[in-house]
Design a protein around this ligand. Structure first.
Ligand SMILES: [Ca+2]
Ligand SMILES: [Ca+2]
Length: 372
């Protein structure tokens, strides 16, 4: 008994001495911070360290300055920013100064989920030279420029999963810039957009302008972009579903199992990218211009389905490889099970994935998007 007491005393004394000297070991579990007002939210984001978990209580937040951080997580100890429990969190930019973004990260290894960013005077979410960030079930709605942006060199291994980005419109420049997703002006490999629903934006659904490394897009829907929904008499939105390049770099972007419909421009376009873009099992339906516009690239188009596009199924240059598409010889066009898009606006499934729909499905195992 005496020996045990002695041992405990030694431990206690050691701990007290360490505490007095500020030498307490790093806690095994990093701090969880629960915030319920904009000031605390801004500070939590700014002061996060690897392993910090920021949980935002339900409600609408009106920050008066851009929420931003340069704090890095690590691959094994990321920084987490998410809604508290199952609560609904909206971060509204309508109290920001003109030209401000709502949320800017210049940081690595953040996991951001279940937050809505809306009504920004400019872009909503911008991740600049980020590595290893994961965005899951985020919404960017009715902002004054692009909803979600990755930009800068050193943009590496970021995943944008189950993003809804819609209603974004740059009024001052007559809609020519606001895309659902912009991955522009930068470089870096391993970036993925999956499960996206990018619609009714003034410019393009997704735009890869001047991004010089391959981006992968899959299981994404891009629709209704580039229409003048704002009564803008000098409207300049482009309205491509998937703008897969531009401004010089030749890049082999990849688009798998995705769809474009009802856009004011082309469904899918190289947009002057001369690289070997790969499109596999995608569908372009009822876009105002071409389903697929690939005039000068060395793209590889396989098993894609174009129906009812204003300018035609495909513009295809001599360097484009094309096989198994419904414009290729001997390939049938399967009928759509439904052309009623109503269900594509439904709430997402509980896991954040796209809602169930029969819209533009065909049952084919060989051609076109499967719409899930
Ligand atoms: Ca534009
Ligand atoms: Ca654009």
């Amino acid at each position: 008994m005496r020996r045990i007491t002695s041992t405990l005393s030694t431990v206690t004394v050691t701990a007290v001495a360490s505490a007095a000297l500020g030498l307490l070991a790093t806690p095994a579990h990093a701090a969880t911070v629960v915030v319920s007002n904009s000031t605390d939210l801004a500070n939590a984001i700014k002061n996060a360290t690897a392993g910090t978990v920021i949980q935002v209580r339900g409600g609408t937040y009106y920050p008066t300055a851009t929420l931003q951080s340069t704090a890095n997580g690590t691959s094994s100890s990321p920084i987490t920013l998410t809604a508290y429990g199952s609560e609904t969190v909206k971060i509204d930019g309508s109290s920001l100064p003109a030209g401000s973004w709502i949320f800017k990260l210049t940081a690595d290894y953040w996991n951001v989920s279940r937050l809505t960013f809306q009504n920004s005077p400019d872009s909503a979410v911008v991740c600049q030279s980020c590595t290893g960030t994961n965005w899951n079930t985020v919404k960017t709605i009715d902002n004054g420029d692009s909803g979600f942006t990755l930009t800068g060199d050193g943009t590496v291994n970021n995943t944008v999963r189950n993003l809804d980005s819609y209603g974004n419109y740059d009024a001052a420049t007559h809609g020519q810039n606001a895309d659902g997703v912009a991955i522009k002006f930068g470089s870096g490999t391993g970036n993925l957009v999956t499960g996206g629903r990018l619609f009714n934006n003034s410019d393009d659904g997704i735009d890869l302008w001047s991004f010089s490394s391959p981006v992968t897009i899959e299981h994404t829907w891009s629709f209704g972009n580039g229409k003048n929904r704002w009564g803008d008499s000098a409207f300049e939105g482009n309205g491509n579903g998937y703008k897969l390049g531009g401004n010089g770099p030749a890049v082999a972007h990849v688009v798998n199992n995705s769809a474009a419909w009802d856009n004011a421009g082309n469904g899918f376009t190289e947009n002057s990218n001369t690289g070997a873009i790969v499109l596999n099992r995608t569908t372009a339906y009822a876009n105002a211009k071409w389903g697929y516009y690939f005039a000068t690239s060395a793209s590889r188009l396989g098993k894609n389905l174009a129906v009812g596009n204003g300018s035609g199924l495909v513009t295809k240059g001599s360097s484009v490889g094309s096989a198994g598409n419904n414009w290729d010889s001997g390939i049938a066009t399967p009928p759509f099970i439904s052309t009623d898009a109503a269900t594509t606006y439904d709430a997402r499934k509980a896991d954040g994935s796209l809602p169930a729909t029969t819209f533009l499905t065909t049952g084919s195992t060989t051609i076109g998007a499967t719409m899930n």
